[in-house]
Design a protein. Structure first.
Length: 130
């Protein structure tokens, strides 16, 4: 299994830096998948906007695990935010409810999403089988 762990001191540039980092990591593994980059970018942007409340100095932790035997990718994005009520469904037409459009987009791009509150950290975990 190949693994990448990064902790960013959150700034408005964090989503851009994080997307670039995962692209490099996946390219080194010869994985080229725009859906993964899209879902990951949305998760990191949500961590910055909602988890860190766009306040520099908070931290976003990213963990990426690749299992080449099972062709299975797992991405964790963790932030210090309170999270949200994950039991609420999101609309099929996200343009009518912009507060859920990121969840809708991520769900279309990956095979599974899990949300969890772990102590004072909120985690979004993305799964993709390639």
């Amino acid at each position: 299994m190949d693994k990448l762990e990064i902790t960013y001191s959150a700034t408005s540039k964090t989503p851009e830096f994080a997307r670039h980092q995962i692209e490099l990591f996946l390219n080194n593994l010869d994985i080229h998948n725009d859906d993964i980059i899209t879902a990951f970018g949305e998760a990191v942007t949500n961590a910055w906007r909602h988890g860190c409340k766009e306040k520099p100095g908070k931290y976003i932790k990213i963990v990426i695990d690749w299992n080449p035997k099972k062709r299975y990718l797992m991405i964790d994005v963790r932030d210090p935010g309170p999270g949200f009520d994950t039991s609420l469904p999101f609309r099929v037409e996200p343009y009518k409810n912009l507060t859920c459009s990121g969840r809708f987009l991520m769900a279309k791009c990956v095979d599974q999403i899990e949300y969890a509150r772990i102590g004072n950290i909120f985690r979004c975990r993305l799964f993709k089988i390639l």
